[in-house]
Design a binder for this molecule. Sequence first.
Ligand code: F6R
Length: 261
Amino acid sequence: MEVVIVPDAKAGGELIAGAMAQLLLDKPTALLGVATGSTPLPIYQALAAQVAAGAVDVSRARIAQLDEYVGLPAEHPESYRSVLRREVLEPLGIGMDAFFGPDGTAEDVRGACEAYDRALAEAGGVDLQLLGIGTDGHIGFNEPCSSLASRTRIKTLTEQTRVDNARFFDGDIGQVPHHVITQGIGTILEARHLVLLATGEGKADAVAATVEGPVAAVCPASALQLHAHATVVVDEGAAAKLKHADYFRHTFVNKPAWQGI
Ligand code: F6R
């Protein structure tokens, strides 16, 4: 995998938005897989700025959701569908008709998960999947010890993840759902390009395990090592525990510009 160390979150957002813009130039109908949480916000802001400046055309782009809370009505402000509408679709001017996501309120949860995997495949697969990382190494909401071959399914959030996410629910952990539908690790690995952004020292251990540890279900993000085109973008804080940081810096500085990320 490629590791790019950037000075700060804004620079990471701009780098990744640039890669998305290039993809959209090459393939205007690209299916972009998006994550929620705090980390990807600088990416969405940078991409929206490029769209506003007329530098990128997203009129034919499509957006796919990575995960969704189970049981939160779609119109709940913290359902991931609502969050993505607010933070991605509206700023980019993309309509809900170009949006793919699992139904977190379905009575038949298993059927909804299978239907979502089918919908992604029928749409031609995800071209670029954005990922954040949990302090416990989760991607999507594949918590530690998730199968590396898993498909979209229901998962139970760890207590740590619920504590981390309580900030989106007025700090009240009681409001944070226990369950989510998440793309499985096997599903995520089918995207053509995986781009993980991690910022802040709180992610340093998880990033080190992802990049320099063994491929192991105990750190779900380590599955990125199995992907032919995975890019991990980290700020200095998240890079703090990487033993090979100097090599990663050297590689990026000397990379031919035409290669992109
Ligand atoms: C959210 C998701 C999660 C987050 C992760 C980090 O859709 O898939 O894996 O990316 O929990 O969240 P933040 O960015 O808020 O630290």
